[in-house]
Design a protein around this ligand. Structure first.
Ligand code: 13P
Ligand code: SF4
Length: 310
């Protein structure tokens, strides 16, 4: 379908249905451009919580739309493609997670927002990459903690807060694909560049970084830092927002191990959403996110704890 037609139809349907489109920075650029709000996971959760709309179209992955539904049980929450998963959320199954909890009954459970409603319902706190440190620091130092599901974020936090965390063995397939050798090669060719990395990246990548933070944190750092060239270790969709917000800066995407077509890291889950699927989902009001009320009431507790602290 023609992009002009899709854009005008999406805008018309949005008004007619009192809908809002929330998009993550990893979405396709056309989706970011038509969204009412583009942000990192924490900002998107806050927007979902304050949304004054009948319909929320969540242009992101399943756990994000599910979180929006947990916060907004009376709103219709739509996801352009129901198959938009996440290696972190999908790699943490509730049965094994429950067993881990049972083995460590005295541990407080802090869970990254990249997880299913079932895992959130088994947690004491939810966090995102921008508030994880603050949340762990709010828990008394002598209190043992299970951190799930991202072991890379968990290892980074262990070092940051200088305390032991019992980690679930999960990872993001996009952020663990960065090649240190190729990164060093690029850095040697651009020795004045600053390296900016997302904390879902592996330790050897994080050790090279001048700044580590969430997607919004990375954008703010690049905008405000005096350097002119940055090597960016996160999903490549962020480059679109960087071109808008920091047009005078040179951005080099960190290369991944694979010689893939864009020679950089793309999240295949995020990219299953397209402008056409966004249009169809707004028109037909599906795929819709549903969640059992009993589960929702458990999953919202650690989310509210996070939102109240953030
Ligand atoms: P943030 O946008 O919160 O940094 O999260 C990145 C991510 O991997 C989302 O899936
Ligand atoms: Fe999940 Fe990684 Fe994709 Fe984010 S980038 S949605 S953490 S697989």
């Amino acid at each position: 379908m023609d992009k002009l037609f899709l854009t005008s139809e999406i805008n018309r349907l949005k008004k007619e249905k009192n809908a809002i489109i929330l998009a993550h920075y990893y979405q396709d650029k056309d989706i970011q451009d038509i969204a009412d709000f583009v942000g990192d996971s924490l900002e998107l959760s806050k927007k979902a919580a304050s949304a004054n709309a009948d319909i929320i179209v969540f242009a992101g992955v399943y756990f994000m739309a599910e979180t929006a539904k947990i916060i907004n049980p009376n709103k219709k929450v739509l996801l352009p493609d129901i198959n938009a998963g996440c290696s972190l959320a999908d790699g943490c199954d509730p049965d094994n997670f429950r067993k881990l909890k049972e083995l460590h009954p005295n541990h407080v459970v802090v869970t990254y927002i990249n997880s299913s409603a079932q895992i959130k319902a088994l947690s004491d706190w939810v966090c995102t990459s921008s508030n994880a440190k603050k949340i762990i620091e709010a828990i008394p130092a002598e209190q043992p903690i299970i951190f799930a599901p991202d072991k890379n974020l968990g290892m980074y936090l262990k070092k940051e807060v200088n305390r032991e965390l019992l980690l679930w063995d999960g990872s993001c397939i996009v952020h663990e694909a960065f090649s240190l050798d190729k990164l060093i090669e690029i850095y040697n060719a651009n020795p004045k560049a600053k390296i900016v990395a997302h904390p879902e990246s592996e330790r050897h990548i994080l050790e090279t970084a001048n700044y580590i933070g969430s997607t919004s944190g990375m954008i703010n750092f690049i905008k405000n830092d005096p350097a002119t060239t940055f090597i960016v270790a996160t999903e490549v969709g962020i480059l679109h927002q960087l071109a808008k917000e920091a047009p005078q800066k040179t951005i080099i995407p960190a290369p991944s191990h694979e010689d893939n077509t864009c020679a950089c890291s793309e999240c295949a889950f995020m990219k299953v959403n397209t402008l056409e699927k966004l249009y169809l989902c707004l028109k037909e009001e599906r795929p819709e996110i549903h969640i059992k009320e009993e589960l929702r009431l458990e999953a919202i507790k650690p989310i509210n704890r996070m939102l109240n602290l953030s």
